[in-house]
Design a protein around this ligand. Structure first.
Ligand code: PLP
Length: 485
């Protein structure tokens, strides 16, 4: 047992030690009727740990300090929007009526949940400028696949068998994967020197085989696609659809809408822009939004609202015959939907706009603080994130991944490294709006201190982390072991 990592729950187990859960109000302690009936109890004993309540609490609090998380300190993981998650979201998601709801509950008995999902879809449609939104996919990548299957169904219905999807080389790795999974062929295009889509390059590959162009805007360099209108018009002129990878919509909330830019279909990661812990912290949920001409192809069931004699009712409706079908049992991860709803309703429209403004301000502030110590290949103002490069540090023998590990010694989480692929030694930094000026100053100070260390003591940086519970693994040895295995 590694003492640094603490004891396992089995190590602290003591026979006949238990936590106590009092019976429900009105149920006598002697009443065993609420217990599992004897015929359902297993016969062989399981070797469960036996631990008292305070020891269980301490055990899990201890475990929670071993890793880094957003409740502990800054987590500026570019493209992932690891923002602080307001506790009111968790409180709403923990309401007993939501937690105890069975998905087979008849519509009449779960009006609140249906209303919440209906209203959330309406809100997201308004935020993005789309005509309809569904909440089924359970992650961003699945949302991409849904959007692409919708594009395929749309073209097939028009009697066209378009096979290719154009993707800029700055796109998220899930984009080409979703394209392939949906039966299309990805056609990558090179970004120009400014890190944007070049309309001339696009024109050279855009033709009647193009089903869709998949764009991330702001793109993964944190830059707004300035030619977006022209790009969309070019695609539409060739009969192609335009997909918006809106996993990361932080910078646009209340400021600009994909629907107004002309996008036909988009997905949103509710577990990024609309809070909720993710990335080892919990499940995800995505929404898919479309313009009118694509509504029949949306996955189902839909939730519809009706009003008769002043009585409002919500019910599930089977999807349109043209629908791509169902991509998830029931709806998406409902707890994530409750959090997204609570987040939107507690901030309101002015609050959401402020989220976008502050996320842009924070990213630009941090970029300015570190720009003399690290190369920033695509200069100029950014949106909610920016991509620096450790190319200069690499000349001293320290790569981006090691700078990331050294940051852990400062008690903060590193940025995303080596992505996007078009920036060598990329450090992709997204502070988000929830970091204070003091936290951003401290993060910049850490990055500047490391840049100095790279010049004076690169070996020290290369041996990092020095203060974490688990030190760096011997990567060369791990590679050798894997080879042998
Ligand atoms: C996170 C992300 C995705 C994928 O979302 P998952 O929920 O991780 O599947 C897609 N595109 C972009 C730009 C992202 O940041």
């Amino acid at each position: 047992m590694d003492l640094k990592l603490g004891k396992t729950i089995f190590d602290i187990s003591h026979e006949n030690t238990i936590g106590v859960m009092p019976p429900a109000p009105g149920v006598a302690a002697s009443d065993k009727s609420w217990q599992i009936p004897a015929e359902f109890l297993r016969e062989s004993a399981i070797d469960w740990p036996e631990v008292s309540e305070p020891e269980v609490v301490r055990h899990y609090i201890q475990l929670s300090t071993l890793n880094h998380h957003i409740d502990k300190d800054t987590y500026p993981l570019g493209s992932c929007t690891m923002k602080y998650n307001p506790k009111i979201n968790d409180r709403a998601a923990s309401l007993p009526g939501f937690v105890g709801l069975h998905p087979e509950t008849p519509d009449a008995d779960c009006q609140g949940a249906l209303q919440l999902m209906w209203e959330l879809a309406q809100d997201l449609a308004e935020i993005t400028g789309m005509d309809d939104v569904r909440l089924q996919p359970s992650a961003g990548a699945q949302g991409e696949m849904v959007g692409l299957l919708i594009a395929r169904a749309y073209h097939r219905q028009r009697g066209e068998n378009r096979r290719t999807v154009i993707i800029p080389d700055s796109s998220h790795g899930t984009n080409p994967a979703s394209v392939t999974l949906s039966g299309f062929e990805p056609v990558p295009i090179k970004s120009n020197a400014d890190g944007l889509v070049d309309p001339d390059v696009l024109a050279s590959v855009l033709n009647e085989t193009t089903a869709c162009i998949m764009l991330t805007n702001p793109n993964t360099l944190g830059l707004f696609e300035r030619e977006i209108k022209r790009i969309v018009d070019m695609a539409h002129a060739k009969g192609a659809l335009v997909y918006n990878d809106g996993a990361n919509t932080n910078a646009l909330l209340g400021l600009a809408r994909a629907g107004d830019m002309g996008f036909d279909v988009l997905h949103l990661n509710l577990h990024k822009t609309f809070s909720t812990p993710h990335g080892g912290g919990g499940p995800g949920a995505a929404a898919v939004g479309v313009k009118k001409h694509l509504i029949p192809f949306l996955p189902g069931p839909a939730i519809v609202r009706s009003e008769t004699n002043g009585i409002v009712q919500f019910k599930r409706q089977s999807p349109d015959p043209l629908s791509i079908g169902s991509v998830h049992t029931f709806f998406g991860n409902f707890g994530v939907l409750v959090r997204a709803y609570t987040y939107i309703r507690s901030l309101g429209a002015p609050g959401l706009k402020r989220v976008a403004e502050d996320s842009i301000l924070n990213a630009n502030y941090l970029r300015t603080l570190i720009k003399d110590a690290y190369d920033i290949p695509h200069a100029g103002p950014c949106m909610h994130e920016f991509v620096a490069s450790a190319s200069r540090q690499k000349k001293n023998g320290v790569r981006g991944g090691q700078i990331a590990k050294r940051l852990l010694d400062f008690g903060v989480h590193p940025p995303t490294v080596y992505f996007p692929l078009i920036v060598p030694e990329a450090l992709m930094i997204e502070p988000t709006e929830t970091e204070s000026k003091e936290r951003i100053d401290a993060y910049a100070a850490a990055l500047l201190a490391i840049a100095k260390e790279v010049e004076t003591n690169p070996d020290f940086v290369n041996a990092a982390p020095h203060t974490t519970r688990v030190r760096k693994i011997d990567e060369a040895r791990a590679a050798r072991d894997l080879d042998v295995g």
